[in-house]
Design a protein around this ligand. Structure first.
Ligand code: PLP
Length: 434
């Protein structure tokens, strides 16, 4: 272990206090730093690509609040629009002009959706999308894939039972087996099994849900033709296809993975970036499918703080900047340069590492094998990540505290910031592979 460890005294103290108030001291499990070393950092401030903790350590941040902050921290236009809006009151429980403005901007710039509904989190968006799919089709079973995460929705906190393709068993206490049993869990990237199961249960399956760019369990880049086959097959069998784009939406392009792959799913879910750092989610579809939502239709879904003006202002000021010409090209090429620096170095050194990338999303895979399924990730690689994470913290680079989590580059990361971070990552890889 290196000497001169960063001082985490204040974070450690605050964490001890937090344990008195919150289970495990946190309000979302991964924040507890269980799979990396030391107490979690209590962050007090963010500016651009950097965050500052309560002990005044500064880090280049690649977690970016788990994805929402595509413009970096404390973006000036977002801050200004939010403070201007908040000065007029935070929520009215009525329709607002700002809701219209964000809805219009999104729908006019996305080829595959005609109507949408704002909610307050990604989980809520997914939960509502499943209800809509079930209400629309009159069927009850759902297919999900091992290695995709969709928030803490009961029906999706499920893993495959024994055997290759089976009805799910819950991965959390408190999820009734009856609920888990309505979900079928399949491995990603397996054409034959997918076809077999879809055809066998077509009359019972309301929807297939997946992250088209699975980015919650490593970055499991899928073959576009596999995704296209899934689209064709579900259409043929009258099963709805749901793209959960809570991470990929507005991240890989304004139209997300659907736009990049040129695949039109039936329902799309959003979160993270859509709220520009405020709690917002959304689900969207054709006008025909969305007409089944109350009060137009008979699928009930509501929200006290849905589309509140402050959240809409943050989303609007964010999305407006994403629509500037070259925004995504620039972000992607910066990310590619960053990754190339690290890969060139680790290639020369012969380190067993690859860095899958989707636009400004990246992931450290401690293998050279191409990984498309969750079961290909070796749990030993997480020991390597733990060292990397620890050493990077010592040098002022912050990655999300789990080796299964992806990293994000934001528009606020300059070429110089990325060069600095890449150099530090290379230094740390020397320690990881020592
Ligand atoms: C983050 C995420 C969710 C859950 O969103 P929350 O806002 O945390 O509820 C759902 N699906 C995907 C793909 C996500 O990345």
């Amino acid at each position: 272990m290196r000497k001169n460890l960063i001082d985490r005294t204040t974070s450690a103290k605050l964490f001890e206090e937090a344990k008195k108030y919150f289970p495990g001291g946190v309000n979302s499990p991964v924040r507890a730093f269980k799979s990396v070393s030391g107490p979690p950092l209590f962050i007090k401030k963010g500016e651009g690509c950097r965050i500052t903790d309560e002990d005044n350590n500064v880090y280049i941040d690649f977690c970016c609040s788990w994805g929402p902050l595509i413009l970096g921290h404390n973006n000036e236009a977002v801050r200004n629009y939010v403070t201007e809006t908040v000065a007029k009151g935070t929520s009215f429980g009525t329709p607002t002009r700002l809701g219209n403005e964000l809805g219009k901007m999104i729908l006019e710039n996305h080829a595959y959706i005609e109507k949408m509904r704002f909610v307050s989190s990604g989980t809520e968006a997914v939960m509502s999308a499943l209800r809509l799919a079930r209400g629309y089709t009159g069927k009850s079973k759902i297919i999900k894939f091992e290695g995709c995460y969709h928030g803490h929705v009961d029906a999706l906190l499920v893993k495959a039972g024994s055997g290759l393709a089976t009805f799910g068993v819950s991965t959390s206490a408190g999820v009734p087996e009856a609920v888990a049993g309505d979900t079928i869990v399949l491995p990603l990237d397996n054409d034959a099994l997918l076809k077999e199961i879809l055809e066998k249960y077509a009359d019972d399956i309301a929807a297939v849900i997946l992250e088209p760019i699975p980015a919650n369990n490593g970055l499991l880049l899928q073959r576009p033709c596999w995704l296209k086959d899934l689209r064709e097959l579900t259409r043929k069998l009258n099963i709805l296809l749901i793209f959960d784009e809570v991470i990929s939406g507005f991240r890989v392009s304004f139209e997300g993975a659907a736009g990049n792959y040129v695949i039109q799913p039936d329902i799309l879910t959003y979160g993270k970036i859509i709220g520009g750092g405020m709690p917002v989610g959304a689900y969207a579809a054709s006008a025909e499918i969305m007409s089944h939502i109350a009060p137009e239709g008979d699928v009930y879904q509501a929200g006290t703080l849905s589309a509140n003006p402050v959240a809409m202002a943050a989303g609007f000021a964010t999305c407006q900047q994403l629509l500037r010409p070259g925004f995504y090209e620039n972000l992607e090429s910066k990310t590619t340069n960053f990754i190339s620096r690290i890969l060139n170095y680790s290639g020369k050194k012969g380190y067993e590492i690859s860095i899958p990338q989707a636009g400004s999303i990246f992931w450290f895979a401690f293998t050279r094998e191409k990984i498309t399924r969750a079961d290909q990730i070796q749990s030993e690689s997480m020991d390597k990540f733990k060292i990397l994470h620890h050493e990077l913290l010592q040098r002022g680079v912050y990655l999300g505290p789990s080796g299964y989590e992806v990293g994000f580059v934001s528009a606020a990361h300059t070429e110089a910031d990325l060069e600095e971070a890449a150099q530090k990552i290379c230094d740390c890889l020397d320690i990881v592979f020592r």
